[in-house]
Ligand binder design. Structure first.
Ligand code: AMP
Ligand code: GLY
Length: 421
């Protein structure tokens, strides 16, 4: 398991519980991954292909799962696959789905997938001319990986103009670095859908609802995600099938037509418009905190399913069982998030992951003396399951009473759409 956030902590936990798994090596992990039953921690950086390959050989690793987008976009999966190691995660070619908004938009157009109208631009002048001609606020998106910070949903033309200028001012000046996409603004509730792909076939996970804003009532700046729940009732099984047929299958087929053998997750960030689901963005990895929310709902076949994806043979995998019930996730953030945060605060969290409650670590680290300290913006993901959302959220919020560190904060209204109390 490559990565060190809450997503990777949850994946490592789920893989270690899967049938047929002897041991999960997590690198670089975080303050929680060493405590997970069946897991061991390494300290190899997620972009260190040589170091990872050496461990794969020394430990006879059967499957590498890559969590974050950056090593995928940098070609880590290609490197390991070329050396014969099965990898769940696309190569650099497929990771362009997330790493280039313009490329993803063109692929969607080619595949006939619904998405907002767009105009690519490689200079400020070009972008400003489009804005001028349209005469209304457009959504401004930096083309490359921006860790969730590259998008401005402008309310006014002036705000869109400032966002365009900021993108070009902040870049080194080369056109490729500074490319952006202007988009038509669409409206509707958002939902995240994840497909596990083997290059040709795919398996869908239950839809999840993220809460991107820092503040209660969905206000304030965007974050990586402050909480989530699944299955999101916004998309029932018929809606999910529509997404499979109209979005995911055509996207995977269009990649195949370009010679891309996509073995990993396609994460579709969708907006449910009056005209049907429209793709806001694709990512080449699991969402965080959607992953933490979903993992406890997945059956013990997970490791076999991911291995089958890595081998291009999803047809040979057992069906992935999905537990009935509701999963709730509340993120605990450090003081200052989503701006610059203070690190190093001592954390007390006496809970260990078990049935129906998983306190997954995110930005945490261990000191030499074994104490756990904050080391990032999103520090913990408290995840709980129950037969209904009210009980699941009550369980997560009750467990948060046992977590303490200076400056910690969390939203009390996660899941407001599905809670009655
Ligand atoms: P991203 O950083 O790509 O996840 O985008 C951040 C957020 O911007 C999305 O979750 C949407 O809420 C919003 N957004 C992106 N594109 C559009 C669009 N075309 N119309 C309306 N909102 C958008
Ligand atoms: N939770 C949104 C993301 O992972 O991009």
């Amino acid at each position: 398991m490559v990565g060190g956030g809450g997503r990777e902590n949850a994946l490592a936990w789920a893989l270690a519980r899967s049938s047929g798994v002897e041991r999960v090596w997590v690198t670089p992990g975080n303050g929680g991954t060493a405590d997970l039953a069946g897991c061991s921690q390494l300290s190899i950086a997620e972009t260190d292909g040589d170091g990872l390959l050496a461990v794969c050989r020394a430990e006879a690793i059967d499957l590498v799962v890559v969590g974050p987008e950056a090593p995928l976009a940098a070609g880590l999966a290609d490197r390991l696959r070329a050396a014969g190691v099965p990898v769940f995660g696309p190569g650099a070619d497929g990771a362009r789905l997330e790493a280039s908004k313009h490329w993803a938009k063109e692929l969607m157009r080619e595949a006939g997938v619904a998405t907002a109208g767009y105009w690519p631009a490689s200079s400020a002048a070009e972008a400003l001319a489009v804005l001028e001609a349209q005469g209304r606020p457009l959504v401004v998106k930096a083309d490359g990986l921006a860790a969730g910070k590259g998008v401005t949903v402008a309310e006014t033309v002036e705000e869109a103009r400032s966002a365009i200028e900021a993108i070009f001012a902040g870049q080194g000046g080369t056109a490729a670095d500074a490319a952006l996409v202007l988009e038509e603004r669409t409206h509707g509730p958002e939902v995240s859908v994840f497909a596990l792909c083997d290059g040709e076939r795919l398996v869908l996970l239950p839809p999840a609802q993220d809460h991107k804003r820092i503040g209660e009532g969905d206000t304030g700046p965007n974050t990586g995600g402050m909480g989530a729940y699944a299955p999101a009732p916004l998309l029932d099984s018929a809606g999910l099938e529509e997404v499979r047929r109209q979005v995911l299958e055509p996207t995977l087929a269009a990649m195949r037509a370009r010679g891309i053998d996509y073995r990993g997750v396609i994460y579709a960030g969708l907006m449910l418009t009056p005209n049907g689901p429209s793709v806001i963005e694709f990512n080449c990895r699991f969402g965080d905190p959607e992953c933490e929310t979903l993992m406890p709902l997945l059956g013990p076949e997970l490791a076999q399913v991911l291995l089958a994806c890595a081998n291009g043979r999803l047809d040979t995998a057992p069906p992935l069982t999905i537990q009935p019930g509701c999963s709730a996730c509340v993120i605990v953030a450090a003081a200052g998030y989503p701006g610059p945060v203070r690190s190093g605060d001592l954390i007390t969290c006496p809970l260990l992951p078990g049935e129906n409650l998983q306190p997954f670590h995110a930005g945490t680290r261990r000191d030499g003396d074994g104490s756990c300290r904050s080391s990032g913006g999103r520090v913990l993901a408290m995840v709980a399951q129950a037969g209904d959302f009210d009980t699941a959220f009550e369980r997560a919020y009750a467990a948060l009473q046992e977590v303490h560190f200076a400056g910690m904060s969390y939203r009390r209204d996660i899941g407001h759409q599905v809670r009655s109390r």
